[in-house]
Write a protein that binds this ligand. Structure first.
Ligand code: MN
Length: 313
């Protein structure tokens, strides 16, 4: 992380001058934004700082075992804090809090990031934001305790799809190895993220998989409606993970999962295994963003099944 030495030094100085520090995760939080948030919170607390974690939306079940996950707050007042750190937020709107703060730090790995901070550490080469937090904590010189290592590993495990995605490279595995050496509870992460599906969730996955089809553009497409969620007593969080199965068809160029969100919107998620495809461009056509191999969008509308699934505005 030599290229961020200047930013790390600026962040270090700001932390030294601050007492009350807010850390913000993105809306619809995932294992990376929660792991990044709590790793920082625990590290800053051990440095004697008053660090508070914020997330606008509920913490996903797979990450509630992490140290400090029960202390997230939703009501955010920027004036209470000397500095604010946004983690894994691909754009300022992803924080879901509208505010201005003179000392806003932006730490992220989404290529779509709009550099909304006073200091920005944005590295799309990194598999997860926790990887950047790992280097930052090393730079700050604090101890990476087993609890902090577990938070960081949670983000790596989550954003690499259990070390299956193409962002699983030498550096990713090296960081993972270091985290296990520092006491990260890898087995507990696997159990929580992978072996903890509700029966309602599996039924929802059944509908997604049974509707999968390959269209004439070689895209694997499936969809779920508000009615599906209601009938199965399932929610949007239950969809997490099923898209990795849609993304296993060798002859497909990419896959897309469409889901109604119950508020008159359609959420689209894309994944691809094709090296030549950049999904940020495809998601961008719908006003969305993300990563080259995993991206998404949200637009108003509802789903209607004709012969194929189409978005109807
Ligand atoms: Mn991430």
């Amino acid at each position: 992380m030599q290229k961020y030495i200047q930013e790390f030094e600026q962040i270090k100085n700001l932390i030294q001058r601050s007492q009350n520090i807010a850390i913000i995760s993105h809306k619809g939080p995932d294992g990376d934004t929660i792991g990044s948030n709590l790793a920082l919170k625990n590290a800053l607390s051990s440095m004697g700082k008053n660090a508070t974690s914020f997330a606008h939306d509920p913490i996903p079940l797979h990450s509630i075992f992490l140290k400090g996950a029960d202390e997230f707050r939703t009501e955010f007042n920027p004036q209470e804090f000397d500095m604010v750190i946004a983690v894994d937020c691909g754009a300022s709107y992803m924080m879901k809090y509208e505010f201005t703060h003179p000392y806003l730090i932006n730490i992220d790995h989404h290529p779509s990031n709009d550099f909304f901070g006073l200091i920005n550490v944005v590295d799309p080469q990194m598999a997860a934001t926790v990887a950047i937090i790992y280097f930052l904590l090393e730079y700050l010189g604090g101890q990476i305790t087993p609890e902090i290592a577990t938070c960081l590993m949670n983000g790596l495990y989550s954003d690499t799809g259990s070390f299956r995605h193409s962002n699983t490279n030498s550096l990713t595995l090296k960081i993972a190895s270091n985290l296990v050496a520092k006491g990260a509870d890898y087995n507990r992460i696997v159990k929580n993220q992978f072996h903890s599906n509700r029966v309602e969730q599996l039924k929802l996955w059944g509908r997604v998989l049974s509707r999968a089809r390959l269209n004439d553009k070689a895209a694997a497409v499936s969809a779920v409606t508000e009615k599906d969620f209601d009938e199965l007593n399932a929610n949007a969080e239950d969809l997490s993970g099923v898209i990795d199965y849609l993304n296993t068809i060798p002859e497909s160029k990419f896959c897309v999962l469409l889901a109604e969100d119950g508020n008159g919107n359609i959420k689209g998620s894309f994944r691809t295994q094709d090296e030549k495809i950049d999904l940020t461009q495809i998601a961008g056509l719908f006003g969305g963003g993300g990563h080259k191999k995993a991206a998404g969008f949200t637009i108003p509308g509802k789903l209607e099944q004709e012969v194929v699934w189409k978005i109807k505005k």
